[in-house]
Write a protein that binds this ligand. Structure first.
Ligand code: ADE
Length: 226
């Protein structure tokens, strides 16, 4: 899978995209992630990417030309399955959307900044608008990292242990059951006996019950959504 991220602050993306699973997924060829600096698509000396809004509101707006040039250049090189804009007024991101995106071959993520992008970009070029929650970030870069991370880790083969990704929290609309590791007793606190029993059918049943109970208590809305 290939992800092209367009941003006015490329520095913000460097570390999250180049460590841990995302780093390994790129090294093993499961994912290619490219960051494009929007200023490289400007044509003035000051490399201007924003301007005052028509109508006289406060704040600045991402200019249409650099964004258009960058997206059109990428589109001329390959077909894209989705061109995403990160914005607090997009659809709320969740595991279902991550699963859907992980099946795609090429996606672009345009990181929103300032008061947003000239609306004509959203009307004519963007195919999906995504928010990572009902709060406002300084820019869409952190949202782009969240999307890239959650999508790449579920590409088949990207993490060594595929079964692990399939039992993630939210797959099945359930929270994950509690997990423990050695020692079996610490400070007088014991790991649930069933996990030490070696009876895998029992263990699986216990994990399912726990997942359901935790979801019912902590996130009943997920069960209602099922
Ligand atoms: N940009 C600013 N806030 C955002 C959010 N909550 N989700 C996605 N992009 C954003």
């Amino acid at each position: 899978m290939r992800i092209d991220i367009i941003t006015v602050v490329p520095e913000l993306l460097a570390s999250p995209l180049n460590e841990s699973i995302l780093k390994r997924a790129q090294e093993s060829g499961h994912a290619e992630i490219y960051v494009h600096n929007l200023r490289d698509y400007t044509d003035d000396k000051r490399r201007t990417v924003d301007d005052y809004p028509f109508g006289g509101e406060a704040g600045m707006v991402m200019k249409i030309e650099p964004v258009y040039r960058c997206i059109e250049k990428l589109k001329s090189e390959r077909d894209y399955d989705e061109i995403i804009f990160t914005s607090p007024d997009g659809i709320t991101y969740n595991q279902h959307e991550a699963n859907r995106l992980s099946l795609m071959k090429n996606i672009i993520i345009l990181c929103g900044h300032y008061k947003g992008v000239d609306y004509r970009i959203r009307e004519h070029l963007i195919t999906r608008e995504i928010s990572i929650g009902d709060y406002v970030l300084t820019g869409g870069e952190l949202a782009a990292c969240v999307i890239a991370d959650s999508v790449v880790r579920i590409i088949p083969g990207a993490i060594g242990d595929e079964a692990s990704a399939l039992t993630d929290c939210f797959q099945d609309n359930l929270l994950a059951p509690p997990v423990y590791t050695r020692p079996a007793e610490f400070n007088g606190w014991r790991v649930p006996e069933v996990l030490l029993s070696g009876n895998f059918a029992e263990i699986e049943r216990w994990q399912e019950e726990q997942a359901f109970e935790r979801t019912q208590t902590l996130r009943p809305d997920l069960i209602a959504d099922k």
